[in-house]
Ligand binder design. Structure first.
Ligand SMILES: C=C1C[C@]23C[C@H]1CC[C@H]2[C@]1(C)CCC[C@@](C)(C(=O)O)[C@H]1[C@@H]3C(=O)O
Ligand SMILES: O=C(O)CCC(=O)C(=O)O
Ligand SMILES: [Fe+2]
Length: 418
C-alpha cells in the first residue's frame, strides 16, 4: 500500500498525489514516487512504471488526499506575513436590485451612490433580489458536490478539454501542475467561454470532456452562466451611472464578452491557520459574481485590515476586478480578497468572472479621462494578453495588473507571438 503522503512526479513535474497526472498524455512514462512527511522527502525517488498501480492508489487516496493529512505538507504552507487573521465583519454595502429591475430611477440613483462609495475604497458589494433563481444556485452546488466527490481518475478527464469554440474545461488539484509552493488548499473546476453562453456551448463542453452522464451538469451550468451574464450586464449599467458616464457604455462593451466560471471545493484542512484556500489576490478579470456556501471563508481587505464577508445564501458578492480598474482609468479599486479554510467542514463557492471579448482593447471611456484631465492610468491592452500573462508568466496576486504593465513595457514583441 502506498502511504498517503506521497508525491508523484510525471515527466518531471512534481504533483501531489491528489492531482497525479494520470491522463493519457503520459501513459507510459515512469512515475517517480517521492515519499515525504510534512517538511522533507523521506526517501530517494521510487521509480514505478505501473499506471494502474498509481491509478488505483491515487484514485483511492487521491481526491481525499487533502482530507487525510494529519499535517500540512510544506508546499501548502504560506508565509507568516500573509497569515493574519480577520476579526471583524465587513459591513459591506448590500444593494437590493428589486427596484432597479422595476426601473425605479430614484432607487437606481441610490444604488449607484452606495456602489460608488464601495468601489472607490475596497471594490466589494453584495446584491440581493438579483434575479438568479435560488433553485438554479442549489442545482449548481449539487453538481459541484457530485463532481468533486468523483474518484480522482474521473476528475482528471477534465484536463484542459477544448471544444470547437475554443471553450475549455479543466480540473485542478491545488494548482500543483502550475505551482510548487504556496499551494492553495482547494480543488477547482474551471471553464472558459469565449462567447456568450448561448445554445449548447456549455453542455457540449461538459459532454465532450466528462461524458454524456454530465449532460445535466452542463445544462445546469449553461443556465447558471446565462443568469450570471444577465446580472453582470445589469450591474455594468449601475457602475456606469455611478461613474457619470453613458449608462450603456460598459453594458455595450461587455455584451459580446466571454466569461470564466470556476467551481471551488475547499476540503477541511488539519491546520487551517497555516495555509489558504485561495491566497490574497485581486481578480485580473473585470467583474466577479461570487456565491459562497453557508460555511464562510471569504475575506476582503478593507480599511487597512482583513474583514469577513458573512455568507448570505440569498446574496451574491460582486468584486471589482483589475481589468475594470483599467476601464475606469484607475478610479475604481479592484477588490483584494482571499478564502480561508477550516478544519471541520468542506467549503464551496461558485465564481463567475466577467471578461471582455479577448481582442477588445481595454481603454477607459473618453469622458472619464477628460474629466480627470490626468494622464491615462494604464496603457491600452487586450484581455487576451492580460489573461495569457496570468496563465503563462505570472501567478495572479494583489499586484497582477501592475506587474503586467511592467511586463508589457519591458517585453519584446516575441511575448505576443502566440
Ligand atoms: C484570470 C484569472 C486567473 C485566476 C482566475 C481568473 C481570476 C482570478 C485568478 C486567481 C483565482 C487569483 C488567485 C490565484 C489563481 C492562480 C487561483 O488561485 O486560481 C488565479 C486564477 C488562475 O490563474 O487560474
Ligand atoms: O472561494 C472564495 O470565496 C473566493 C474564491 C476566489 O476569490 C476566486 O476563485 O477568485
Ligand atoms: Fe478571486
Amino acid at each position: 500500500m502506498i502511504p498517503n503522503n506521497l508525491i508523484i512526479a510525471c515527466n518531471g513535474s512534481l504533483l501531489p498525489i491528489f492531482n497525479a497526472t494520470l491522463s493519457p498524455s503520459c501513459p507510459t512514462s515512469t512515475y517517480t514516487v517521492f515519499l515525504m512527511d510534512s517538511t522533507h522527502l523521506l526517501s530517494s525517488p521510487l521509480e514505478i512504471q505501473d499506471q494502474t498501480l498509481v491509478d488505483h492508489h491515487s484514485s483511492s487516496i487521491g481526491s481525499s488526499f487533502l482530507q487525510n493529512q494529519t499535517n500540512v505538507p510544506k508546499e501548502f504552507l504560506w508565509p507568516k506575513v500573509d497569515l493574519v487573521n480577520a476579526h471583524q465583519e465587513l459591513l459591506e454595502p448590500l444593494v437590493d436590485l428589486e427596484r432597479f429591475f422595476r426601473g425605479d430611477e430614484l432607487a437606481i440613483q441610490q444604488a449607484a451612490k452606495v456602489i460608488r462609495a464601495a468601489c472607490l475604497t475596497h471594490g466589494c458589494f453584495q446584491v440581493i433580489n438579483h434575479g438568479v433563481d435560488s433553485h438554479l444556485i442549489n442545482a449548481a452546488y449539487y453538481h459541484l458536490n457530485r463532481f468533486f466527490h468523483l474518484p480522482l481518475s474521473h476528475k482528471l478527464r477534465a484536463r484542459r478539454a477544448t471544444t470547437a469554440g475554443l471553450n475549455t474545461l479543466s480540473y485542478s488539484g491545488a494548482h500543483s501542475d502550475r505551482f510548487s509552493s504556496n499551494l492553495p488548499w482547494k480543488e477547482t473546476l474551471t471553464f472558459r467561454l469565449h462567447e456568450n453562453p448561448k445554445e449548447s456551448s456549455v453542455v457540449d463542453l461538459f459532454k465532450s470532456s466528462l461524458g454524456d452522464d454530465f449532460e445535466e451538469m452542463g445544462i445546469t451550468y449553461q443556465k447558471y452562466c446565462e443568469g450570471m451574464k444577465s446580472l453582470a450586464l445589469a450591474v455594468m449599467e449601475i457602475l456606469a451611472i455611478s461613474l457619470g458616464v453613458d449608462r450603456l457604455h460598459y453594458k455595450n462593451y461587455f455584451q459580446d464578452g466571454g466569461s470564466i466560471m470556476r467551481c471551488n471545493y475547499y476540503p477541511p484542512c488539519p491546520e487551517p491557520g497555516l495555509t489558504f484556500g485561495t491566497g490574497p489576490h485581486c481578480d485580473a478579470t473585470s467583474l466577479t459574481i461570487l456565491h459562497q456556501d453557508e460555511v464562510g471563508g471569504l475575506e476582503i481587505f478593507a480599511n487597512n485590515k482583513w474583514q469577513i464577508v458573512r455568507p448570505r445564501q440569498d446574496a451574491l458578492v460582486i468584486n471589482i476586478g483589475e481589468t475594470f480598474t483599467a476601464l475606469t482609468n484607475g478610479r475604481y479599486k479592484s477588490c483584494l480578497h482571499r478564502a480561508v479554510v477550516n478544519s471541520e467542514r468542506a467549503r464551496k463557492s461558485l465564481v463567475y468572472f466577467v471578461c471582455p471579448r479577448e481582442d477588445k482593447v481595454v481603454r477607459p471611456p473618453e469622458d472619464l479621462v477628460q474629466v480627470d484631465q490626468l494622464p491615462r492610468a494604464y496603457p491600452d491592452f487586450t484581455w487576451s494578453d492580460f489573461l495569457h500573462f496570468t496563465q503563462n508568466y505570472y501567478r495572479a496576486d494583489a499586484h497582477t495588473l501592475h506587474s503586467f504593465i511592467k511586463w508589457l513595457s519591458s517585453s519584446s514583441p516575441i511575448h505576443h507571438n502566440r
